[in-house]
Design a protein around this ligand. Structure first.
Ligand code: NAD
Ligand code: UDP
Length: 318
């Protein structure tokens, strides 16, 4: 609410993992929310609890084709895109289209509505980084023709067109570069390390570590990410900002941690490292701290415990 008027936000990809949490946060803050999703990797179950909410509307649309939405929109938050490497390898052309044509359409809608625009970008714009940790000033090391290129280059194009709309049309645009984020409502079988390892550990299956597991990642809990996104959305910042967690660890250690946390008797098996899998990844969060006064608060263990509990209940329900 601002000056007594209800604000409206349109979230593309709102039936996905992050989108769902964003819709929930916005509804809790008193926003009217329009969720636009074609359910390619998301699901109606994720937004089931908003059904019947007077301020929530769901539109089943492919944003790479067209977005049609009547009425006032104050914020367009463009989060639609397959995000798991397994998903974007399965859907290479839809991934390129949603990052390019979808971003163009979402920007066009925001321009038409006079709305603030936010792009969900990614640490993948840094590719397999040669600078560590990664500050926003780093331009990256991306293989444009490798299998991950469909995602990385789509997001790099999306950033470029967002900045072009900001400069040419003087639009208020935001770019959030999201680093690995996890939590409840991730698809159990989406193929990312967190759901894979938790599902495998809870089912007594071997945990599949790719390569020798020495590649590093840093995992951010979803509530921290959403808090950062909300701060960025309301800020006057137009440059890209990294959001994530800077607690970095090798994937093999991460797999062992999940076995220990779940009390599982699972073993670890090693599988081929996917092509262009980044060797190290950790966000430089100085900018987020300075511009947004933001800091992740949830420790890896706390976040994992909450996620494991949710996975247990989902497995029971299935
Ligand atoms: P997700 O797959 O759970 O959600 C993506 C949502 O977008 C799904 O509901 C899917 O159906 C929808 N979608 C995809 N293409 C669409 C299209 N053409 N039209 C309409 N809807 C479409 O993934 P997520 O983890 O929630 O990621 C959300 C966003 O955040 C993505 O843009 C992703 O690139 C970005 N991101 C996520 C992470 C992470 O760690 N989760 C990291 C970096 C960036
Ligand atoms: N990974 C793994 N086993 C799995 C899934 C992923 O070892 O079953 C590794 C993957 O190769 C990468 C890291 O875990 O090095 C994180 O993978 P994820 O798919 O979660 O996201 P990415 O950071 O690669 O986008």
């Amino acid at each position: 609410m601002e000056g007594g008027k209800i604000k409206s936000a349109l979230v593309t990809g709102g039936a996905g993992f992050i989108g769902r949490h964003l819709c929930k946060h916005l509804l809790d803050k008193g926003f009217r929310v329009v969720c636009v999703d074609n359910l390619i990797t998301g699901s109606l179950a994720n937004i089931d609890e908003f059904k019947g909410h007077p301020d929530f509307e769901f539109l089943n649309q492919n944003v790479a084709e067209h977005i049609s939405c009547s009425g006032k929109i104050d914020y367009v938050l463009h989060f639609a895109s397959p995000a798991s490497p397994a998903d974007y390898l399965k859907y290479p052309i839809p991934t390129l289209k949603v990052g390019s044509l979808g971003t163009h359409n979402a920007l066009g809608l925001a321009k038409d509505k006079g709305a603030v625009f936010m792009l969900a970008s990614t640490s993948e714009v840094y590719g397999d980084p040669l600078v560590h940790p990664q500050p926003e000033s780093y331009w990256g090391n991306v293989n444009p023709i490798g299998p991950r290129g469909v995602y990385d280059e789509a997001k790099r194009f999306a950033e470029a067109i967002t900045m072009a709309y900001h400069r040419q049309h003087r639009m208020d645009t935001k770019i959030v570069r999201i680093f690995n984020t996890f939590g409840p409502y991730m698809r159990l079988n989406d193929g990312r390390a967190v759901p894979n390892f938790i599902w495998q550990a809870l089912n007594g299956r071997p945990l599949t570590v790719f390569g020798d597991g020495s590649q590093t990642r840093s995992f951010c809990y979803i509530s921290d990410l959403v808090d950062g996104i909300f701060r960025l959305m309301l800020s006057s910042v137009n440059e890209p900002v990294n959001l994530g967690n800077s607690e970095e660890l090798p994937i093999l250690e991460f797999a062992r941690k999940i076995i220990a946390l779940t009390g599982s008797r699972s073993s670890i098996v090693f599988r081929k490292l996917p092509q262009d899998d980044p060797k190290n990844r950790r966000p430089d969060l100085a900018k987020a701290r300075k511009l947004l006064k933001w800091e992740p608060k949830v420790s890896l263990e706390e976040g994992l415990n909450l996620t494991v509990e949710w996975f247990k209940s989902e497995i029971k329900r299935a």
